[in-house]
Design a protein around this ligand. Structure first.
Ligand code: CAO
Length: 416
């Protein structure tokens, strides 16, 4: 079956997570992604947090499926020559090196554009070009702090907190993928490539959009009525951390279920959606709350929202998180169990949809990974194993016109 990105050749000059997440997505959709790695070592994640000696770590395998691996020392003249050939016939180059690394290697945007004016050059950096921090190297948690996620996550009496979700890394990679696809469509009209740049700070901030909303509301009215601090607590002049409160206009909280004393994930998230108040009261066996003026409107409920949550926890005390959701779903109440990674890994629905997939690997045996979260009616993205270091070096070099002797010579000078 042909895939939408069949025929698109991508030089994948990425490492760690932000860049690889982007190119992996494009590979699932059919692009020919050639990962260029330093001979001998490759992407640092091949070795990071290994669970099996001598086999690529899961950190690598889970971010580099469906790709080819070409080892190439792009600081050696022989390696640069190979890269130039590859650039002349590729559609996209993606990189997430530290600031200035590509320029120092001799491949500035101007040079790349001169070698192949149709090529799209896509970059991830910690901060955008011209930002006063644009010389900084950045990892996930640094980006979460710089993009506003950390100052607004956690509890009001605790420190700024990092989310486990890769808001700085994979999220930035997804932004970059959108940028690349847009530039590819643009090229159809203009025939020209362009530079696409995404910063981790900007990508985190994009997901913290509603917190910037709250900052402006706070400055205008002095309080935020959906935060736990309202109406009994104090507001300062910056958006506070709101614990597990809902970010929109629907109050919600993480509530204890049966077994919470011994199981740290025996919880559900419960949302009190305005128009669902009546079914909530019915589900809880509290029909008298439906028309009680102290409970009837969201405004009336807010001063004692935590008493309401306590009452719901009383109702939940003899129900597991799964039993509770099975009852509440019948009343159309937005809620979910707090699921562990173990539960997600074994979830039959996620297996059936291809969101959790088992991938055979020549060195590791099979491993689990997260497949495409994007589903199509005409295509089911298939996940294949990540490449071994240099697995496709000969194949790629031969496709560029190098003979067996040329390849031998490149190996002799340690350029591949
Ligand atoms: N052949 C020869 N040299 C190579 C090479 C190859 N195939 N591939 C990479 N290199 C060289 C680069 O040229 C660079 O050398 P110089 O620094 O001498 O110019 C070096 O390897 C890579 O440097 P780096 O700054 O990218 O790597 P680092 O480990 O010091 O930093 C990171 C890692 C992630 C902090 C940095 O790359 C970065 O800030 N990237 C941008 C933001 C980003 O994507 N962060 C997300 C990472 S996921 O958490």
């Amino acid at each position: 079956m042909t895939k939408p990105l069949d025929g698109i050749k991508i030089i994948d000059f990425t490492h760690v997570q932000a860049g690889p997440a982007c190119t992996q997505l494009l590979a699932w959709f059919g692009a020919d992604v050639i990962k260029v790695e330093r001979p001998g070592s490759g992407d640092v994640t091949r070795n990071q947090l290994r669970d099996i000696p001598d086999a690529d770590a899961l950190y690598f395998t889970m971010l580099n499926s469906n790709k080819k691996s070409l080892t190439l020392d792009t600081k050696k003249p022989e390696g640069k020559e190979v890269l130039e050939k590859l650039i002349r016939e590729s559609d996209v180059l993606v990189e997430n090196f530290g600031p200035g690394a590509l320029d120092r290697m001799g491949f500035s945007w101007e040079r790349l554009n001169e070698l192949n004016p149709k090529m799209i050059v896509a970059s991830v950096k910690g901060f955008s070009d011209g930002h006063h921090y644009d010389d900084l190297k950045v990892y996930e948690n640094v980006a979460q702090c710089a993009g506003g996620a950390a100052s607004t996550t956690g509890f009001w009496d605790g420190p700024p907190t990092i989310s486990a979700a890769a808001l700085g890394d994979s999220n930035t990679g997804m932004h970059l993928a959108i940028g690349i696809l847009t530039a590819l469509l643009g090229r159809e009209k203009t025939g020209k490539g362009q530079k696409v740049a995404v910063s981790m700070q900007d990508s985190v901030l994009n997901l913290c959009r509603v917190k910037l909303r709250d900052q402006q509301r706070l400055e205008r009215v002095g309080y935020l009525e959906e935060y736990p601090q309202y109406p009994h607590g104090e507001f300062g002049d910056v958006v506070p951390r709101g614990g597990n409160a809902g970010g929109g206009g629907q109050p919600g909280w993480v509530l204890k279920c049966k077994g919470w004393e011994t199981d740290s994930n025996a919880y559900i998230y419960f949302t009190i959606q305005g128009h669902a108040w009546e079914p909530i009261c019915k589900a809880l066996g509290k029909p008298e709350w439906i028309d009680d003026p102290a409970y009837k409107t969201a405004e009336a409920r807010q001063p004692h929202i935590f008493e309401i949550f306590k009452t719901i926890e009383g109702w939940l005390a003899d129900k597991t998180k799964f039993e509770a959701v099975d009852i509440l779903r019948k009343f159309d109440i937005p809620c979910a169990p707090v699921l562990t990674m173990k539960e997600l890994a074994n979830d039959p629905s996620l297996r059936a949809s291809g969101t959790i997939v088992e991938v055979p690997h020549s060195k590791r045996g099979s491993y689990l990974t997260v497949g495409s979260p994007i589903k199509f009616s005409d295509m089911k993205p298939e996940v294949t194993a990540s490449p071994l270091l240099g697995e496709h070096t000969d194949e790629v070099l031969a496709s560029l016109g190098y003979s067996k002797q040329d390849i031998f010579n490149l190996r002799e000078v340690k350029a591949v």
